[in-house]
Write a protein that binds this ligand. Structure first.
Ligand SMILES: Cc1ncc(COP(=O)(O)O)c(C=O)c1O
Length: 394
């Protein structure tokens, strides 16, 4: 497994654990135990049962005939939008809550951007009877209001992060602060970011997506590998899940989609891998958007889940060694593709996932090519934003 984290917690030169001394015991406890727990029979049994009967897995691999006709190729959608709570995030939260339970934790702290991770965490906490605090940027609380109501209904306390651009980065900053105040809590991270072992732990919990794609493609086409897999990247968890079991199959093209916001060079963007430089963000060495003084540049994206100035260390590495193809998609392109998918396939995608779908109109495909798009979530939470652009589309 060429692209796995090493014993020191690094992917090539990226990763590691850059954390204040107060948090070191927590992170060390997790590092010493996460693999043992994940590989134990008891964990595997409970995790697999919950993924099947509670989350609704396996999620379908849907052959999108109308989309395939339009682009003259074979397009499959991995339907993470059909999971309980509406996105891939639940695969990870169910796994981490079980790990927290094995470690004897009772309180959960989580950050959220689009609110999907917050909802998935609040859901897992309700199921396991744990106390749940979710930190969310004040700006995201406004633009993802339906998810805030869901979290409250599920019994979580939602705390606003007001500093900076009041989006995902600030939510992670402040969640780390709350964790320092209460180190007995378990920090349930929503993406493949943070100090080691979080990126590897989340990658393993999301890898069920690519495990299923292999099996489902084999059943449908006779071959387990597609030619191309496309996924959007905020921190990188849905893309990691979709790519995981294909990373070493170098003939499979892996396409990573970043949010260009108003344009990569507009100054209002979240195209981290296009513009970023090496630095440390939220406990790991990675690529992040920063100015000449090393100050983080505030990102911008119409999509709260992609509005992040960094990226998980695995993606910094995959980009560094040329294993991924990088494409950026603007707000307008994402909005158009959301309408296109809705009108020709009857599927309303999350704004994040719309970025992945938009790549279909930006790449050239062969007639017999097999393309999988990871549809990371559903668009219920984004209806207000979609309605604002309805007139432009029609
Ligand atoms: C539906 C959906 N897709 C994608 C993302 C981006 O996160 P990640 O890159 O970790 O998959 C989010 C984040 O909130 C999301 O809600």
């Amino acid at each position: 497994m060429k692209y796995q984290v090493n014993e020191k917690g690094y992917y090539g030169k990226f990763g590691g654990a850059f954390i204040p001394p107060m948090l070191q015991p927590n992170v060390k406890e997790l590092e010493d135990n996460y693999l043992k727990i994940i590989q134990s029979e008891a964990f595997q049994k409970e995790y697999k049962e919950l993924l099947q009967d509670y989350v609704g897995r396996p999620s379908p691999l849907y052959y999108a005939k109308n989309l395939s006709n339009k682009y003259g190729t074979h397009i499959y959608l991995k339907r993470e939008d059909l999971n309980h709570t509406g996105a891939h995030k639940i695969n990870n939260t169910i796994g981490q809550i079980l790990i927290a339970k094995h470690l004897g934790k009772k309180k959960i702290i989580a950050e959220t951007g689009a609110g999907q991770h917050g909802v998935a965490t609040a859901t897992a906490c309700a199921l396991m009877g744990m106390e749940c605090t979710v930190i969310m940027g004040a700006e995201d609380i406004k633009r993802q209001a339906p998810n805030v109501s869901r979290m409250k209904m599920l019994g979580a306390t939602v705390k606003p992060a007001n500093s900076g651009s009041a989006t995902l980065k600030e939510a992670v900053d402040e969640a780390l602060g709350y964790w320092m105040e209460d180190p007995t809590a378990f920090f349930l991270i929503g993406s493949v970011v943070g100090p080691h072992p979080y990126p590897d732990m989340v990658a393993r919990l999301q890898s069920v997506i690519s495990e299923e794609i292999k099996k489902q493609l084999k059943e449908k086409t006779g071959k387990e590998n597609p030619d191309t897999i496309i996924a959007c990247v905020g921190g990188g968890s849905n893309a990691t899940g979709a790519f995981y079991h294909f990373l070493d199959d170098e003939e499979v093209e892996l396409v990573v989609v970043e949010s260009a916001g108003c344009g990569v060079n507009s100054g209002k963007t979240a195209a981290t891998l296009h513009l970023g430089k090496e630095g440390v963000l939220h406990g790991s060495k990675t690529i992040l958007m920063q100015d000449e003084n090393g100050e983080v540049i505030e990102p911008y994206s119409i999509s709260a889940g992609l509005d992040y100035p960094g990226v998980g260390p695995l993606f910094a590495h995959l980009n560094d060694v040329g294993r991924i193809k990088l494409i950026s998609v603007t707000d307008d392109e994402a909005l158009n593709s959301a309408y296109e998918l809705t009108r020709i396939e009857g599927i309303i995608p999350a704004l994040e996932s719309s970025h992945a779908v938009a790549v279909l109109s930006k790449m050239k495909f062969k007639k017999d090519q097999v393309v999988v798009v990871n549809l990371s979530g559903r668009g219920d939470k984004d209806l207000e934003t979609y309605m604002k652009s309805l007139k432009d589309y029609e």
